[in-house]
Design a protein. Structure first.
Length: 366
C-alpha cells in the first residue's frame, strides 16, 4: 500500500470515528433532554405534641399554608407516622421516649414541638443538630426554655418570645375592669403553672394589690370534672373575677366548658380570657388575644424553610410583631350590670353585642 493511500485511509477512519462519536453524543443528549429530571428528596417534618389542643392544630395549619405561599411546601413531607401525641395524661417518661425517638431518627429533618411539655422533652433529649420549631409555649421563661436575662435558648431551637407578655395581660385586665379577688386554676406542676401563667399573676397581684385565689388541684389532663370542682371551690372562696387560661377543659374542640361559663355568669363573676374571641364570643366578659395566627404561621414557616435550605440566603423573613387585640362581650357586661369605660370601648378591636353584626356568635358553641 502506498504511503499516500495509507494516509488517506487513516484520515477517513478518523473522520468516521468522529462522526460516530458525535452521533452518539447527540443521541445521548436528546435522550437526557426528554427524560424527566428527578426531584430532590423531600425534607421530613415531624410533629410532636403532648396532647391535642385547638391552638396547636390551628397554628400547624397556618405553618403549612405559609410554606405553600412561599412556594416550598412541595419540598416538605409531614408523615402521619411522625405525628406524635402521647396524650395529656401520659407520664413524663412517654414524652421523653417520643422525643428521644425523634431525635435519634436520621430521616427527621425538622421537628415542630407544640407547647411546653413537648418542647421540654425535646430539649431534654436534644441531639444539638435537628432543628426544633417550638410553637405555642405559654411561658418560655418559667419553663426554663428561654433565659430571662438574655432571651437566649438552645442553638437548634426556634421560638417566638415576647418578654413580659403575660405580666402585661394581667395588668391590663385589672386596669380596665378592676377586681379584688381573681380566681385561677392549674395542675400543680411546672407545666401546669406555665399553662395558667401563675407566676405572672402572683407578681401582678402583689404589685396592684388584689388577691389571687388559687386552685392547684386539677388533674394532669385538666378534665372537665376537676375544672368544674375548681370553679365551685373558687366561688366558695368569694372570687369576683376569674382567669380563663390555656386549660384543656376550656378547649371547645375537645370539651364543652359552657356550663362553667354559665355558672360564673350567674354569680356575677368577671371573666377574662387569655385566648380572646374564642371564649368571649361564648360569654366571657373580656379577652386579650396575644397571638395573630397568620403572621405567626409565616414566622415559623420562614425559619423552618431557611433551616431546611429551601430559601435563598438573603430572603427576608417574617418578623411577626406582637399585636395584642382586646375583645369585649357587651351582652355579658349588660347581664352583669356593668358600665364599660368609654376608653376601653374605643380601644377594643372586637366587640360582641346584640345590636352589632356577629353578635349571634356571642354564646354559640362550636
Amino acid at each position: 500500500m502506498s504511503r499516500s493511500f495509507s494516509a488517506l485511509f487513516h484520515a477517513a477512519a478518523l473522520f468516521f470515528c468522529a462522526a460516530m462519536l458525535c452521533t452518539a453524543a447527540r443521541t445521548a443528549h436528546a435522550a437526557s433532554a426528554t427524560e424527566p429530571r428527578s426531584e430532590p428528596p423531600k425534607k421530613t417534618a415531624a410533629y410532636f405534641e403532648a396532647g391535642p389542643y385547638w391552638e396547636f392544630s390551628l397554628i400547624r395549619q397556618q405553618v403549612i399554608t405559609a410554606l405553600k405561599e412561599r412556594g416550598v411546601l412541595q419540598h416538605v413531607a409531614f408523615p402521619e407516622a411522625l405525628h406524635i401525641s402521647p396524650g395529656w395524661d401520659a407520664p413524663e417518661s412517654a414524652y421523653r421516649d417520643a422525643a428521644r425517638r425523634l431525635m435519634n431518627d436520621p430521616s427527621v429533618d425538622v421537628i415542630l414541638g407544640m407547647g411546653t411539655a413537648a418542647t421540654k422533652a425535646l430539649l431534654a433529649e436534644n441531639n444539638g443538630r435537628t432543628p426544633i420549631m417550638s410553637i405555642d409555649v405559654a411561658d418560655p421563661v418559667s419553663a426554663g426554655i428561654v433565659d430571662a436575662r438574655t432571651g437566649k435558648t438552645a442553638p437548634n431551637l426556634t421560638i417566638h418570645y415576647v418578654k413580659d407578655k403575660w405580666y402585661k395581660v394581667f395588668a391590663l385586665f385589672h386596669e380596665a375592669l378592676p377586681f379584688k379577688r381573681l380566681g385561677i386554676m392549674y395542675h400543680d406542676s411546672p407545666e401546669g403553672l406555665s399553662y395558667s401563667n401563675v407566676h405572672e399573676a402572683r407578681e401582678v397581684a402583689r404589685e396592684r394589690g388584689f388577691t389571687l385565689v388559687e386552685y392547684p388541684h386539677l388533674d394532669k389532663a385538666e378534665s372537665i370534672a376537676t375544672c368544674t370542682q375548681g370553679v365551685d371551690q373558687l366561688l366558695r372562696q368569694g372570687i369576683d373575677a376569674f382567669y380563663i387560661s390555656a386549660l384543656n377543659c376550656f378547649d371547645w374542640t375537645q370539651a364543652n366548658p359552657q356550663p362553667m361559663f354559665d355558672v360564673l355568669a350567674s354569680r356575677g363573676i368577671r371573666t377574662f380570657a387569655r385566648d380572646g374571641s374564642v371564649h368571649v364570643r361564648r360569654g366571657a366578659l373580656m379577652g386579650l388575644s396575644t397571638l395573630d395566627y397568620v403572621p405567626l404561621g409565616r414566622f415559623y414557616a420562614d425559619r423552618m424553610a431557611r433551616q431546611l435550605g429551601l430559601l435563598p440566603p438573603g430572603a427576608e423573613l417574617e418578623r411577626e410583631a406582637y399585636t395584642p387585640k382586646i375583645t369585649l362581650n357587651l351582652v355579658t357586661a349588660n347581664n352583669l350590670g356593668m358600665d364599660i369605660p368609654l376608653l376601653l370601648l374605643i380601644s377594643s378591636d372586637e366587640i360582641f353585642d346584640a345590636t352589632l353584626a356577629g353578635s349571634h356568635n356571642a354564646t354559640m358553641p362550636r
